[in-house]
Ligand binder design. Structure first.
Ligand code: HEM
Length: 420
């Protein structure tokens, strides 16, 4: 086992392919440790991660001046958008924006999306059904959330692929910006274009509203308070980015985990009523979003370490989800695990705003895949050569080629599912 020097080891392809031994080592040897390269504390135990998510400050966007001082001045415009996003706010500002946003994202809106999600999944699967193979990422896990996101926001469906590109750029910046300074200018231009697009969308919605989150953000009012145009644009962007990369990763990581656990895949085929509990276990076992950051709100002791006010702290939810003091046999993938309060959607005030939608998309996807197809296996690629995106925070595959047969295509009932 390598000696830990920094969480940036996750950028090593070998560690990226399986970061869990590193997390276990960290939690066992130094559960609150100083990372000299990230200039941040790294926290890996379940109860410490909950404390950080619950008590520490989310207001962590570096000022444009700070970015300029570390040679990342190109990211200044992004920082100006981020400070208005709920994800990077503390109370009372956070509670105000979140309340107005929740007012816009009603159960009725989510219910409207529900039927649509099922139709989109069926259409995507119709396209590949005859071929007997698909790339789970390109053919399903990417187009489903980007189509649903466009519908959710109320922007033209034709714009969905462009939203996807912007969203990927923004996510790259969030997960990687310190290590890719040469990409900063291009990502800065991408965020400028995305911001201009949403300002235009807001203006045209004021004249001719289309049903969706942007129109609802504009209408949302509590006690005479409304979101400003800047706030509508900033929170549309965080909702769009939050809803795409993560959901793609949940479907991709979930499918790979099933392929790696053929007995569980068989069990799920036979008992689709277990899909909701299987999806929770996928979230715990291979979290789409592995970590998040906070700042210490004051001088504080955590895990026996003195953390100074405003020092950065990285809460590694993916490590907490495998903490043996919280989850018995944490490295076992068990689709019937009970008491599965994983941290993959966060905890406390910033608990994922779109968790219900993400769950709905994953349930519909696995339900349709397992109803229509069987005998899933990796297609022409060995497990060891699958490529993961180089992102410290968002964990997802570049591609996942899978072959399958249609249910009933062969009369071989009861054989174990093949995995290469
Ligand atoms: C599997 C899919 C998803 C995962 C794993 C995920 C994960 C998370 C996590 C961990 C947080 C908390 C971050 C923190 O505390 O720093 C969060 C917040 C958030 N998520 Fe998600 N998310 C997913 C899907 C979605 C979807 C579909 C949407 C949009 C509809 C969305 C929108 C947001 C927003 C706006 C926040 C900020 C909430 C706040 O600060 O109050 N997410 N998400």
């Amino acid at each position: 086992m390598r000696t830990l020097s920094s969480l940036t080891q996750l950028l090593d392809p070998e560690v990226l392919a399986d970061p869990y031994p590193l997390y276990h080592q960290l939690r066992a040897e130094d559960p609150v440790c100083w990372d000299p390269l990230l200039h941040a504390w790294v926290v890996t135990g379940y109860s410490d991660v909950v404390t950080v998510l619950h008590d520490f400050s989310a207001e962590r966007t570096p000022s444009p001046e700070k970015l300029a001082s570390i040679g990342l001045g190109d990211l200044g415009p992004i920082a100006r958008v981020m400070v208005k996003q709920m994800l990077f706010m503390d109370p009372p500002a956070h509670a105000r924006v979140r309340k107005l946003a929740a007012y816009a994202f009603t159960p009725h809106r989510v219910a409207v999306l529900h039927g649509h999600i099922r139709d989109v999944v069926e259409r995507l699967l119709d396209r590949i059904a005859g071929a007997g193979r698909l790339d789970v990422i390109a053919d399903l896990a990417e187009p489903l959330p980007y189509t649903i996101t466009a519908e959710m926001l109320g922007v033209p469906l034709d714009d969905a692929p462009q939203l996807k590109v912007w969203s990927q750029d923004f996510a790259e910046m969030l997960g990687n910006f310190q290590h890719n300074p040469e990409r900063a200018a291009a990502v800065g231009r991408s965020v400028d274009a995305m911001t201009a697009y949403f300002h235009d969308a807001v203006r045209s919605m004021r004249v001719r509203p289309r049903p969706g989150l942007i129109a609802s953000f504009l209408e949302a009012a509590t006690d005479g308070d409304r979101l400003t145009e800047e706030e509508v644009v900033a929170n549309t962007i965080v909702t769009m980015v939050g809803g795409q990369e993560t959901t793609t990763n949940l479907i991709g990581n979930g499918m790979l985990t099933l392929l790696r656990h053929p007995a569980e895949l068989c069990r799920l085929h036979d008992a689709p009523n277990l899909i909701p509990s299987a999806v929770e276990e996928m979230l715990r076992y291979e979290p789409p979003s592995q970590q998040t950051a906070r700042l210490a709100p004051y001088d504080v002791e955590l895990g026996g370490k003195q953390i100074r006010k405003r020092q950065a702290v990285i809460a590694v939810m993916a490590a907490a989800n495998r903490d043996p003091s919280r989850f018995p046999q944490p490295d076992r993938f068990d689709i019937e695990r009970t008491d599965n309060r994983h941290l993959s959607f966060g905890w406390g005030a910033h608990f994922c705003f779109g968790a219900a939608l993400a769950r709905m998309e994953a349930h519909a996807t696995f339900e349709a895949l397992l109803r229509r197809f069987e005998r899933f296996r990796l297609d022409g690629v060995a497990d060891a050569s699958l490529r993961w995106r180089t992102n410290l925070g968002l964990r997802g595959l570049v591609a996942l080629p899978v072959a399958f047969e249609r249910v009933g295509a062969r009369e071989l009932v009861g054989l174990p599912v093949a995995v290469q």
